[in-house]
Design a protein around this ligand. Sequence first.
Ligand code: PMP
Length: 313
Amino acid sequence: MSVVAYWNGSFVEPEEGRLPIDERGHQFGDGVYEVVRVYGGKPFLLDMHLNRLDDSLRLIGIENPHTHDEWTRLIYDAIRESRESEALVYWQVTRGIAPRAHLFPSVAPSVSLTVRPFSPNESTSMTLLALPDERWANVFVKSLNLLPNVLAKEAAKRAGANEALLVRDGRVTEGSSSNAWFVRGAQIITAPANRFILNGISRRFTLELTQKLGLSVTERALSWDEISTVDEVFMTGTTIEIIPVSEIMMSTNTQKALYHLPDFPTGDLMDVGDNMKTVWTARTSNRIARELHKAFLDEVERFRHQAKSVVGR
Ligand code: PMP
């Protein structure tokens, strides 16, 4: 098992890679990132990730320091260096290094990257805690600023759930690090790719799979009031692929905040109190999620055999 780290032009020892104190990524979270899954020694859906990186950088006015060919070479080199065939590549681009001041400096962007071995979680379903979506209104940018997501995931864990289900003004947006899908009858519903969700690469790929399988999808935000009417819920993401939800919980303390954020939050921001209730449980055998996940895994299998692994054996 080896972890590979890269910082501004060279591979470095993961524990020894030191950031300059004035790196804007760690001072302001002033940057964007991507995470790609490596199956069989090759990065899956890399072009889609590189296109999303272009979009994120353009939206916050950072010039992309690399062409797609350069990114591809760097990512393949890093995977080769790691010798890991099942891994995650994480990389970020920040506005660079300059004495701390809010205005954009005229400096080159910074690039850092890691490759880590990854073994998927073996669970076959997950549970969710509904929480108010307290993030800024541009979450379609894959920004480094993940404090609200981090707090929501921690609140979910403390309440005994695996993931948060975020609700903004009475409408379901997404998870803290995943996209949310609902099935009612034969209809699949997922939030539209507007400013209020991060348009996951797995979300886009799942939409392609629904087309191939002839499944019907509506891209609209599910109203929280409709939650009790859905038959199936599942989540998508690079690390979780497609996973069914077995239960959604909510604390009665945060119920109102799902519709309207209160002026004054009470307690610390991870504490939802213990007036927990179950608002939804799966009432089908997750037929759609299972069908889609099978199609997803078939595509991964095809990908594994398509081209040679870059990891030598
Ligand atoms: N939404 C959020 C908020 C996320 O952080 C992620 C994972 N980065 C996703 C959705 C899923 O995106 P992807 O399918 O690209 O992993």
